[in-house]
Design a protein around this ligand. Structure first.
Ligand code: NAD
Length: 291
C-alpha cells in the first residue's frame, strides 16, 4: 500500500532516493533549505513544501538525509517540528550521524513524543542512490525496523545492524576504512607511477589481488584516473565521518592510531581545498602536497 513519506534533505543523495520512492508509487512530501533542491523534487513528481513542519505533519514515515547530527537535531527538535510530529510516525535518520547522539535523540523523542527514531545510514554513493543498490545499515527495535523495511528496500539492501545507534556506528567505521583505503591506495599508485608503472595496469592487477578495495575497484578507475572528481560525496562529509569513527574509538577508551593519522591528513587537505571539493580529490592533494 502506498505510504505518505516526509523527506527532509534533498541533496546529492536525498534527491535520487526520494525520486525512487515516488517512482514506486509513494507520496513524498519533501523539504530542503535550497530552492533548487525543492524544484528537483517537484520535477520528480513529489510535493515540495516551504517548511520542515509541513513535511513532518501526518506522515507515516519521516526520512532525514541531512549533513550531520547537529542539523538533524536542529530540524527535529525545533518546537514547531515537535508539535507537528505524530507518535505513529517512524523517523529514519539516513544521514551519517553520530551514534551516541542518535541514541540520546531517540530516547528523548520516545519519552517526549512517543515517536520512534531509527538510524539507517547508507553506503553506495550517488550511483547506489540512483539505482536502488545502497546498503542500508539500520539500528533500532525489530518491530519498527520491520515496519519500514518494505519502504527502505526500494532504496537498497537493509541490514539490521542492532539497536539504536548501531547503524550509525557501523557506517562511521565503514567510512574510516574507506577513507584510509583511499589514502593508502593513492600512495601506492603514485609510487608505482613514479617507478614507471601504468596506473591502469596496476589497478587491473590489484583488482585481482589482495590489495583491492572500493578505492581500486571504483574510486580510482571512475573518478581519479579520468580526473573528473565527481563522485558526489564531499571531502568534508568524509572527514566528518572519519572523526565520528575516531571519536567513537576515544569514547570507547581505545586507541585509533592509524585513524588519527588519516584524519590529520584529510584535515590538511580540507584546509587546502575549496569547500565543494569531492572526497576523491584527496588523491590529487596527495600527489601535489603529500610528501
Ligand atoms: P548534500 O550536501 O548534497 O545534501 C545535504 C542537503 O541538506 C542539502 O541539499 C542542504 O541544502 C540540505 N540541508 C542542510 N541543512 C538543512 C536544513 N536545516 N533543513 C533542510 N535541509 C537542509 O549531502 P549528501 O551527499 O546528500 O549527504 C547527505 C548525508 O548522507 C550526509 O550525512 C553524508 O555524509 C551521507 N552520505 C553521502 C553519500 C554520498 O555519496 N554523497 C553517501 C553515503 C552517505
Amino acid at each position: 500500500t502506498p505510504a505518505t513519506i516526509g523527506f527532509i534533505g534533498l541533496g546529492n543523495m536525498g534527491t535520487p532516493m526520494a525520486s525512487r520512492l515516488i517512482a514506486a508509487g509513494h507520496t513524498v512530501i519533501g523539504f530542503d533549505l535550497a530552492e533548487s533542491a525543492r524544484a528537483r523534487l517537484t520535477e520528480a513528481g513529489g510535493r515540495a513544501v516551504g517548511s520542515p513542519t509541513e513535511a513532518i505533519a501526518g506522515v507515516d514515515v519521516l526520512i532525514l538525509m541531512l549533513p550531520n547530527s547537529a542539523i538533524v537535531e536542529d530540524v527535529i527538535l525545533a518546537p514547531e517540528a515537535l508539535k507537528a510530529l505524530s507518535s505513529t510516525t517512524v523517523i529514519v535518520d539516513m544521514s551519517s550521524s553520530e551514534p551516541l547522539r542518535t541514541r540520546a535523540l531517540a530516547e528523548k523523542l520516545v519519552e517526549t513524543q512517543g515517536a520512534v527514531l531509527l538510524d539507517g545510514p547508507v553506503s553506495g554513493g550517488v550511483t547506489g542512490a540512483v539505482n536502488g543498490t545502497l546498503t542500508i545499515m539500520v539500528g533500532g527495535g525489530i518491530n519498527p525496523v520491520e515496519s519500514v523495511t518494505p519502504i527502505l528496500s526500494i532504496l537498497g539492501k537493509v541490514v539490521h545492524a542492532g539497536d539504536t545507534g548501531a547503524g550509525h556506528a557501523l557506517k562511521a567505521l565503514n567510512n574510516l576504512l574507506s577513507a584510509t583505503h583511499l589514502l593508502v591506495t593513492s600512495e601506492a599508485i603514485l609510487a608505482g607511477e613514479r617507478f614507471g608503472l601504468d596506473p591502469k595496469v596496476m589497478l587491473g592487477a590489484i583488482n585481482n589481488s589482495s590489495g583491492r578495495s572500493g578505492s581500486t575497484e571504483n574510486k580510482w578507475p571512475n573518478f581519479i584516473l579520468p580526473e573528473t572528481y565527481n563522485s558526489g560525496f564531499g571531502l568534508r562529509l568524509m572527514l566528518k565521518d572519519m572523526k565520528i569513527a575516531t571519536d567513537l574509538c576515544a569514547q570507547l577508551g581505545m586507541p585509533s592510531l592509524l585513524g588519527q593519522h588519516a584524519v590529520e591528513l584529510w584535515d590538511r587537505a580540507a584546509a587546502a581545498l575549496p569547500a565543494t571539493a569531492d572526497h576523491t580529490e584527496i588523491a590529487r592533494w596527495l600527489k601535489e602536497n603529500g610528501e
